[in-house]
Design a protein around this ligand. Structure first.
Ligand SMILES: [Mg+2]
Length: 209
């Protein structure tokens, strides 16, 4: 029985169509290119090659490239105004309010990004706990430890906690610790995902019923 909901933030609580994550990716690639002295194309390739063994780009840069200037990285990747394309989403708010289960957020972004997004959507008050990448000591999803840190803080068990994310590898990571996980696949691009998948957040209601 599900007693707790744990949501990803980006492209989960708002549509990928806003392009926020693409802009984040672009800034990440620019940062990598500058830091490693690569062309943007080379940076894309290098990132693709190395990222699979880490949860985030930052983790990779710290582990393999001697990177330490974390706050500068966050400030460049997540500038003020980054979420300005988003606006209040009363329908989402009503939907979330209708689900009478405690809700929290687990994101691989820093808190300032999460707060900006939730404030723009006007749903921040619905999430008493937000677990960000600093909370996870910069080692985020899909690591088991990142899920356990959040679950422990929520005094929740994986088997009673439904986690919803738009990244297959994060959902798979959660399923691997015995959690209940759901892939939100807005664009219907992960048709071969071997576990449960929804196309929009509203389908959650049927899933919970
Ligand atoms: Mg996401």
């Amino acid at each position: 029985m599900i007693k707790q909901l744990l949501f990803d933030l980006d492209n989960t609580l708002y549509s990928a169509g806003y392009g926020l994550e693409e802009k984040v990716s672009r800034r990440v690639v620019e940062f990598i290119a500058r830091y490693l002295g690569l062309s943007p194309e080379e940076a894309v390739l290098r990132r693709r090659e190395r990222i699979s063994r880490y949860g985030t780009t930052l983790e990779w840069l710290m582990a393999e490239e001697g990177f330490t200037d974390i706050e500068t990285y966050f400030a460049e990747i997540h500038p003020e105004g980054e979420a300005d394309a988003l606006g209040a989403d009363p329908a989402l708010r009503e939907f979330l309010e209708g689900i009478k289960l405690p809700k929290a957020i687990l994101t691989n972004s820093p808190m300032e990004h999460a707060v900006r997004v939730l404030d723009r959507l006007q749903i921040r008050d619905l999430f008493p706990r937000i677990f960000d990448i600093r909370w996870n000591r910069l080692k985020g999803k899909p690591r088991a430890a990142s899920f356990y840190l959040a679950l422990d803080a929520l005094e929740a068990a994986p088997e009673n906690t439904l986690f919803i994310d738009d990244y297959p590898k994060y959902v798979t990571g959660y399923l691997a610790i015995g959690g209940k996980g759901l892939l939100l696949d807005e664009g219907d691009i992960h048709r071969d995902f071997p576990h449960q998948r929804i196309r929009e957040l509203k389908e959650l209601a049927a899933f919970l019923a």
